[in-house]
Design a protein around this ligand. Sequence first.
Ligand SMILES: NC(=O)c1ccc[n+]([C@@H]2O[C@H](COP(=O)([O-])OP(=O)(O)OC[C@H]3O[C@@H](n4cnc5c(N)ncnc54)[C@H](OP(=O)(O)O)[C@@H]3O)[C@@H](O)[C@H]2O)c1
Length: 330
Amino acid sequence: MRAIQFTQHGDYQQLHVVDLAQPTPAAGEVLVKMTAAAVNPVDNTVRLGYMPGAKQPPQVPGVEGVGTIVNSTVHGLSSGQRVIVRVGAKGFGVWDDGVWQEYVAALPDEISLIPIPDAVSDVQAAGMASSYLTAVYALTITGGFQAGQRVLAPAVGGAVGNALVQVAHALGASRVLTTAGSTAKAEKARKAGYTDVIDLSQESLSEGVMRLTDGAGVHVAVDSVGGAITGQALSSLAQEGTLVVIGYAGGTETTASVTDLVFKEARVLGLNLFTRPASLIAQAKETMLRLAGEGKIKPLVGQTFPLAEAAEAQRFLMEERPFGRVVLTM
Ligand SMILES: NC(=O)c1ccc[n+]([C@@H]2O[C@H](COP(=O)([O-])OP(=O)(O)OC[C@H]3O[C@@H](n4cnc5c(N)ncnc54)[C@H](OP(=O)(O)O)[C@@H]3O)[C@@H](O)[C@H]2O)c1
């Protein structure tokens, strides 16, 4: 079977197409024929060798994807069923070989194999877990979001940023503010129906938030960008607001005003979904599936690449700042 593999840490060109033996499921595991897989920033972190505790090469990347169950004797899962396969208990793409391969043997627990609603295509579902599970978890469980509150979710074109905007709207936010790094991206977002988009090439994040909220700020901000955006997101909070930091696409260092913390009595929290308890991830999953089934969230796919072009797909994600998720098709 075809797979993507790197045999040493390094740049995108370390990703090669290889021929591997089809995995044999262990007792209790399920064989899944993969149809699509997500390309995530974390795949880049792992390949570069920057992920603490990750499996050493040779490594097949990919923390999530989608496929069809080949044969199942497991209660509740049937042959032919479409499922999301995610990092879960086996640690796909980080602690074990990942899903950028044609077949995967997966554990059938409730956070590793997730049945897909009919309304969602395979390509849309390929990246749903890291986008929407993260969004629901960060907003509701970590951030304590309540319907009627104002939310800031920077990066409308990012996979997680876009999911956050959709989830916040779907869960009843009174206002959802977001950003785009360029005027062209801001225009694209507005054409796609996103109204409160702050064009970061024209004004700073905190200026934009204060302009759009008449100085009131937001109750919950979820920051998947990091860098300068983190400090500015803190400045954008309302009194007793909460900032949840989940990503570092734009950098790992920030400058924050201590007075934003003190005078606003702000809360700042970090989230790493990989290490959260399965019971809480399952809770977020139920919300995600409900919203998807009701058609209230629609995964935004920016670009698809055939599996063999995984190196270019990863470069494209990291360097071209696409509008929507990057997906590999098998
Ligand atoms: N903590 C967790 O559990 C968790 C879970 C999932 C993802 N994450 C993290 O969340 C972050 C976002 O993930 P994602 O899948 O949404 O990534 P993505 O699709 O690449 O989106 C990242 C966005 O960040 C903005 N950005 C600003 N400066 C950037 C820069 N220098 N390089 C690239 N992008 C930059 C871009 O928007 P503009 O072009 O509009 O500025 C881009 O759309 C990543 O760091 C990822 O590892 C964390």
